[in-house]
Design a protein around this ligand. Structure first.
Ligand code: NAP
Ligand code: SF4
Length: 673
């Protein structure tokens, strides 16, 4: 056993089999199973994580029948012919000494297709399709489908299955009165409603014998009205143990709940108190989950007795070697998941292949590799933001000689501003990771150095990468030089402070971030409690579903968020996070103004026109968040002098700037140099 993280890395005995450590790679829908040739890609994806020493892997959800699929054409395991494809995955994982369970997921009324089914015909607020009510025969057949699916999983070589009983999917829908209005033996009293999951677990155990892992994902905190009570959750946990499960994993929140449960604003490890409450109620291992992204935190959670195991999902997109690096005491080299959702969940929910903002290789392991360079080149990289850092560290990893020039005194670029935004503190982890990488691969770093074109020419580089990023757009507006006006970088860098009444010009990603920064009410000394109060989680667990509605408290500032265009504010924000930003600002009474024409700034404040009305916002400060302009003073002159130049990230296209594209471009370029 490793001397590092002794609690997290301690083996776990399940009786018939042993796990190497307490780390479970949680289920993620990567979309790999849905694309042609995807099982091969999935095999490589999982094998890299198994090689990275994770204790137990759980696959993305696979439906036991056609009705239960997430969308038409998504993964289902309902025939023997499909076994071969799954064997690619299990063989690859076993060859690396790993263990893997397949998650069985029936989406019930969350299915995005017309054939969706549920205990009662009640439409989900997040689905356009109304489900058909299952008959008694349908229910018996669905239970058999779960058992058959587990049997096929065993035949395909999986070490076990995870029965997905949380997040508001079919099993959860049977459990609570919100979605189960049946009057037959599957509805009414709780002892009836819980028969559906119990029959599934009993059926799988009976059919597959004792040497097969059954994990049950238990919704411990529904976070919806008319959800389970804590007494019911405990009753179910005990019954599930008796039915034959080996491990209980924690589920937090339904997809339709209005509480963010995994986004970056959730405090790290912020839901482990829920699993802790269950500790001692059952004798099988309990897994805790949600926003756990470092081995330090995982170790502490286990040391404090909050759980027996820790589940991390997205952290394994960000770094397949998470556990290995922890074992070897190299945690500063872990590429940490920053919970942005931009390349993982936002992709999955738009039916695109999943990846990772900080690690573009995730789910692209068969096509993006950082192999040793065939010929060593001398490369200059200008700009040490995310794009420049990724390009220089990957190029150096491949053996190139890399000089990295940064005009500021620190590495990180825009991430040094992003990390100041409440809920984005983890962006500092990416900067820490790249600092470790440039050091490890011996990139020559020149800080506070604005290198000139002549100096670059004199150095005779084989190739030059321009990653100089962007600068805030300067507006042509009367009074723009007024002392009330500042741009977002002046505010977030701490150069200037804002008063108590603020207008923000521009309601894009940064306008929203700045509004969040100005209206933050979270008490950092008591972060988890403060967060739960802000979003309405009943930590006393006396209310059914544990949801009591948001109460963020009154922010100290009055904020107006303005934009010229029409339509809803924040429409272009991330698919899975936009609603969080919108709800948070609405809960804090941020005044959203659209279709405005800015007129001028003077001592009275910001003058603007909306329709025919001219108005003045009497504010102390006006903060400009009106997008970015490209910053590239190099490429034209270098190209004129015959230098091979590559422009990446914001320097290439400021309008589309985001760190996902910047790091992705950098990675593909550096892999090909
Ligand atoms: P952005 O999202 O493009 O927003 C710029 C805003 O400025 C727009 O709302 C635009 O709104 C306004 N604007 C543009 N030109 C203007 C002008 N001449 N005068 C007045 N207003 C003007 O850019 P950003 O906020 O700078 O963000 C940069 C990038 O980072 C974006 O790609 C963004 O998605 C990303 N980002 C994302 C997040 C996130 O939460 N996912 C957070 C931060 C940043 P109108 O035209 O309607 O006025
Ligand atoms: Fe984490 Fe963002 Fe990567 Fe998803 S895209 S795994 S949330 S860092």
């Amino acid at each position: 056993m490793s001397s590092h993280f002794p609690n997290l890395l301690k083996p776990l005995d399940l009786g018939f089999t042993q796990l190497k450590n307490r780390v479970l790679m949680g289920s993620m829908h990567t979309m790999l199973e849905e694309i042609p040739g995807g099982h091969k890609m999935a095999a490589k994806f999982y094998a890299e994580r198994a090689k990275g020493q994770v204790g137990l892997i759980v696959t993305g959800g696979i439906s036991p029948n056609e009705e239960g699929v997430v969308f038409t054409g998504s993964a289902v395991f309902n025939s023997e012919e499909q076994i071969v494809a799954h064997q690619l995955i299990t063989d690859a994982v076993h060859n690396e000494g790993g263990k893997i369970c397949m998650q069985i997921l029936h989406t019930g009324r969350y299915a995005y297709h017309k054939e969706c089914v549920a205990p009662s015909a009640i439409q989900a607020p997040i689905n356009i399709n109304k489900p058909k009510e299952l008959t008694d025969d349908d229910i018996e057949r669905t239970i058999s489908d779960f058992v058959r699916c587990a049997k096929f999983a065993q035949m395909a070589g999986y070490d076990g299955v995870e029965v997905m009983g949380s997040e508001g999917y079919l099993i959860n829908q049977f459990l609570v009165c919100r979605t189960n209005k049946r009057t037959d033996k599957w509805g009414g009293a709780y002892s009836n409603r819980m028969q559906f999951p119990l029959r599934i677990v009993e059926g799988i155990r009976k059919e597959l014998g004792d040497a097969f892992i059954i994990i049950y994902r238990l919704s411990m905190l529904d976070l919806v009205e008319e959800g389970s009570s804590w007494e019911e959750v405990v009753q179910l946990a005990k019954a599930i143990e008796s039915a034959g499960a080996n491990i209980i994993n924690t589920g937090i929140g339904w997809h339709e709940s209005r509480v963010p449960t995994i986004a970056s604003n959730v405090p790290r490890g912020g839901f482990s108190w829920v699993t802790k409450k269950m500790m001692g109620e059952v004798s099988i291992p309990l897994v805790t989950t949600n926003r756990i992204n470092t081995p330090e935190l995982g170790d502490e959670i286990i040391a404090q007795g909050n759980a027996d195991m820790v589940s991390m999902a997205r952290p394994f997109l960000a770094d397949p070697e998470f556990v290995l690096k922890a074992i070897e005491g190299r945690s500063e080299e872990i590429n940490t998941c920053i919970a942005c959702n931009q390349a993982c969940l936002d992709h999955t929910f738009t039916l695109k292949r999943c990846s990772c903002l900080v690690n573009p290789r995730a789910c692209h392991e068969t096509e993006l590799n950082y192999n040793p360079a065939k010929s060593i080149k001398k490369i200059a990289v200008i700009g040490a933001g995310p794009a420049g850092l990724a390009a220089s560290s990957i190029a150096a990893e491949r053996g190139h000689i890399v000089d990295l020039y940064e005009r500021k005194e620190e590495l990180g670029g825009q991430f040094n501003l992003a990390k100041k935004v409440p809920g984005k503190e983890d962006y500092s982890e990416t900067v820490r990771y790249f600092e470790a990488m440039v050091k490890k691969f011996k990139v020559n770093v020149f800080l506070s150095t604005e290198i000139s074109v002549d100096e670059l020419l004199a150095m005779q580089y084989d190739e030059v990468i321009i990653a100089t990023g962007v600068e805030p757009r300067k507006l042509k507006l009367e009074g723009i030089e007024h002392s009330k006006v500042m741009d977002y970088s002046e505010l977030l860098s701490g150069k200037r402070n804002a008063g108590l009444r603020v207008a923000i010009i521009g309601a894009g990603g940064i306008g929203f971030d700045v509004a969040g920064y100005l209206t933050d009410t979270i008490n950092k000394d008591n972060e988890t409690e403060s967060y739960m109060k802000e979003w309405g989680v009943d930590m006393t667990m006396k209310t059914r579903g544990f949801y009591i509605g948001p109460d963020p408290g009154k922010p100290k500032r009055t904020v107006h968020l303005l934009k010229r265009s029409s339509g809803k504010h924040g429409k272009a924000l991330g698919k899975t996070t936009g609603w969080i930003h919108r709800s948070s600002l609405a809960n804090k009474n941020v005044n959203m103004l659209s279709k405005v024409e800015y007129l001028k700034v003077d001592d009275k404040g910001l003058h603007f026109k909306q329709g025919e009305n001219i108005q003045v916002l009497d504010v102390d400060n006006i903060i400009i968040c009106a997008g970015q302009e490209m910053l590239d003073n190099y490429s034209v002159k270098l190209i004129e002098n015959g230098v091979k130049v590559h422009v990446i990230g914001g320097a290439k296209d400021a309008s589309e700037l985001d760190a996902k594209r910047a790091i992705n471009e950098a990675a593909y370029l550096a892999a090909a140099l």
